[in-house]
Write a protein that binds this ligand. Structure first.
Ligand SMILES: [Cu+2]
Length: 138
């Protein structure tokens, strides 16, 4: 009888361990599941963006705004990172009037997005119209 009880206690102990293991696993599964679905979503966004945008850097050379690459494609959204090493002072208040852009760029917030729709020369200026440049759009 007492041996029986011992076996029962032993089995109960194992059952509890198994339940704890199952709970642990499913909790882990939920956490990992969320993490990986977030990862997939994020990757999806990036992939969706990549087919559809052009990347450029806006900088100042010889007191003028220029982009790298030099020519932007018309009709493709541009993700334009502003080079804060060459763009400083009031030149960080970037205005592209044709596309309603005015953005004060700073560390951690130096990306300007717009879609140039027309080819030709696209004026960029600081908000005081002191620093200027003409971007090439084709
Ligand atoms: Cu200025």
């Amino acid at each position: 009888m007492s041996e029986d009880n011992q076996t029962k206690e032993y089995l109960k102990g194992i059952a509890i361990l198994i339940i704890i293991a199952i709970i642990g696993f499913s909790a882990k599964g939920v956490i990992l599941g969320n993490a990986s679905s977030r990862g997939i979503q994020a990757t999806g966004d990036v992939v969706a963006d990549e087919g559809n945008v052009q990347y450029a850097t806006l900088k100042i050379e010889n007191y003028q705004y220029v982009t790298e690459p030099k020519t932007l494609k018309a009709g493709v959204p541009v993700v334009m990172t502003v080079d804060l090493d060459s763009v400083y002072g009031c030149a960080r208040d970037v205005v592209i009037r044709e596309y309603g852009v005015r953005k004060y760029v700073k560390e951690g917030d130096n990306i300007i997005r717009f879609t140039p729709t027309e080819s030709g020369s696209l004026p960029v200026a600081c908000s005081m119209n002191m620093v200027r440049g003409n971007l090439d759009v084709e």
